[in-house]
Design a binder for this molecule. Structure first.
Ligand SMILES: [Zn+2]
Ligand SMILES: [Zn+2]
Length: 339
């Protein structure tokens, strides 16, 4: 039996770097040799034992790139050994009502590679051939590792009411917040203001050319001033904190829109008086649709500045350090493992 090295989550705050059996392919599956794998906020939730579905033992990782090492496909398949690939990690049931009405990304029993089945924090990972997304030749595999989070923000922007020339506030300057800001600019926003509490993250947002405010230091007055007394057209909430949920209704213009991008861990207060009086609309956005993946790949080729969102790289055996660093909020952005 062939083996490989992997990071196995064994329960709350317990990661083991260990030798495990290499996945054996069934028909229709592809084995990927992993080059890069990113840690996501949801991986952190699993690590802390707070994820509602993940069960130990599990190899996490749903943001990864690599090359096809082996396939169990017809010889004339479009997927061949050596192809540079990533995956769309969503696993939908195909027959619930959302799936039957074109919304498989919010399937009633949505599962993900790396959360519900073994993922990419290993030397090899096997996936269903239908999940394979080819990476354009001119896109490096480390940058391409951001396709999944960029697809999240592409989905957020495409589902929102954003129009060319709109003003935007993004609450939260972590990886998803900054990628939301970059995507909003890509889509034609005239002014993008990032509100973030961590100084180092504010610094990065500033370097990327955004107007930056400290969300702990009453950004409301400044934003109202910057928008001629009106408030922004759209607020993207990407911090997932009770304070920013309350802030959102104070920053948005009358008849503006609030887009909930972050994954809130518990119900949060929101000022429904403002929603009523100012005719605000609030929408939620979750993961992505296949078209968002195409847009994300296009964006990654156009906007090399996205690379600045990658802050650290660790070998797989240092996984614990990667998770600990990510826990010390504000000291890191996207962390990649290099199996
Ligand atoms: Zn992710
Ligand atoms: Zn379904």
């Amino acid at each position: 039996m062939k083996t490989m090295q992997a990071i196995v989550w064994q329960g709350k705050e317990q990661l083991n770097f260990q030798e495990v059996p290499r996945p054996v392919l069934n028909c229709g599956e592809v084995l990927i040799k992993v080059h890069y794998a990113g840690i996501c906020g949801s991986d952190l939730g699993i690590y802390l034992g707070k994820h509602p579905r993940a069960k130990a033992p599990l190899i996490m990782g749903h943001e990864f790139t690599g090359e096809v090492a082996e396939t169990c496909l017809p010889p004339d398949s479009t997927i061949q050994v050596g192809d540079k690939v990533t995956v769309n990690p969503l696993i939908s049931c195909g027959h619930c009502q959302p799936c039957r009405t074109g919304n498989a990304h919010v399937c009633r029993s949505l599962a993900l590679v790396g959360i519900d089945i073994d993922g990419g924090f290993a030397e090899y990972v096997k996936v269903d051939a239908a999940k394979i997304v080819k990476i354009p030749v001119n896109l490096p595999l480390d940058l391409a590792c951001l396709v999944e989070p960029v697809a999240v923000t592409a989905h957020a922007i495409r589902k929102s009411a954003l129009k060319a020339g709109d003003t935007v506030a993004v609450l939260g300057g972590g990886p998803i917040g900054l990628l939301t800001a970059i995507t909003a600019r890509f889509a034609g926003a005239s002014e993008v203001i990032v509100c973030e509490i961590s100084e180092s993250r504010r610094e990065l947002a500033k370097n990327l050319g955004f107007k930056v405010l400290d969300s702990a230091n009453n950004p409301e007055g400044e934003i109202i001033k910057l928008t001629g007394g009106n408030g922004v057209d759209i607020v993207y909430e990407a911090a997932g904190a009770p304070a920013t949920a309350l802030l959102a209704t104070r920053l948005v213009k009358i008849t503006g829109q609030i887009v909930v991008v972050s994954v809130f861990k518990e119900p949060s207060k929101i000022d429904l008086r403002a929603v009523n009086f100012n005719e605000l609309s609030i929408i939620g956005v979750r993961v992505y649709e296949p078209r968002d993946y195409e847009v994300a790949l296009h964006m990654l080729q156009q906007r090399k500045e996205i690379e600045q969102v990658i802050s650290h790289r660790f070998p797989l055996e240092k996984a614990q350090d990667g998770f600990e660093l990510m826990l010390s909020t504000g000291n890191s952005m996207k962390i990649l493992f290099t199996p």
